[in-house]
Design a protein around this ligand. Structure first.
Ligand code: PGA
Length: 252
């Protein structure tokens, strides 16, 4: 049984006041029995304060990125051990904005994934093709490569203790989501790629969809057999939208 996850990626949004209101509204409307595990990923500087607000709540804390190194002279970086220390459970690795804007390589992302796992965090490996890849029928090639680098470095056991998020770059922040069938096809491909190494682990690995998920399209996406919840950007900043997406992942 794969329990779905609905994770909010706040990106570089929020302020102390906005965060407090958002968390208060989410907790105020939080269902008594949520089918999905709920996660919020605020910017680094707000993690501890948001953690305090989430105390005794069922919502888990996640970070948006981590350094691949454990400690040392890496000005501006935050290690996985530090994230664990302040109460994070999850951390994203390889969000497309990190890959594209900050030129993070597949290798670096695999090392981040490994570093997070080693410190007891649950890393969320984000994979996804650009529009030009899809138009050139290279979606599986790109996603296969992004996955294989992590499988090579960490092995299927470690990958399966994390989470995979399929986020087509052309669907992120564009309002244009993948159709449920497009998402399902890639999710099935990802699961098969893991199954080629270990079928049992593949069957248990949670694969989230991300890219313009909203209250209005979440249920049909989450209904697909290989879609185990979502990674939500813009809609995670609105309590009512986020709660509706959480509800779309099913009752407890
Ligand atoms: P979006 O972002 O929901 O705003 O498209 C998703 C993401 O980048 O994780």
């Amino acid at each position: 049984m794969r329990r779905p996850i609905v994770a909010g990626n706040w990106k570089m949004h929020g302020s102390r006041g906005e965060n407090a209101r958002l968390i208060e509204d989410i907790l105020g409307g939080y269902p008594a029995h949520a089918g999905a595990e709920c996660v919020v990923c605020p910017p680094f500087v707000y993690l501890q304060e948001v953690r305090r607000m989430l105390r005794d709540s069922p919502i888990a804390l996640g970070a948006q990125d981590t350094c691949a190194e454990a400690h040392g002279a890496f000005t501006g970086e935050v290690s996985a051990g530090m994230l664990k220390d302040i109460g994070c459970k999850y951390v994203l690795a390889g969000h497309s904005e990190r890959r594209l804007i900050y030129r993070e390589s597949d290798q670096l992302i695999a090392r981040k994934f490994a570093a997070a796992h080693a410190k007891g965090l649950v890393p969320v490996l984000c994979v996804g093709e650009q529009l030009s890849d899809r138009e050139a029928s290279r979606t599986e090639e790109v996603i296969g490569r992004q996955l294989d680098v992590v499988l090579e470095l960490c092995g299927p056991e470690v990958l399966g203790q994390g989470v995979v998020a399929y986020e087509p770059v052309w669907a992120i922040g564009t309002g244009r989501n993948a159709t449920p069938q497009q998402a399902q096809d890639v999710h099935a491909f990802i699961r098969a790629r893991i199954a080629a190494r270990d079928a049992r682990i593949a069957a248990d690995t949670r694969i989230l969809y991300g890219g313009s998920v909203k209250a209005g399209n979440a249920a049909e996406l989450f209904a697909m057999p290989d879609v185990d919840g979502g990674l939500i950007g813009g809609a995670s900043l609105k309590a009512d939208e986020f709660l509706a997406i959480l509800a779309a992942a099913g009752p407890g």
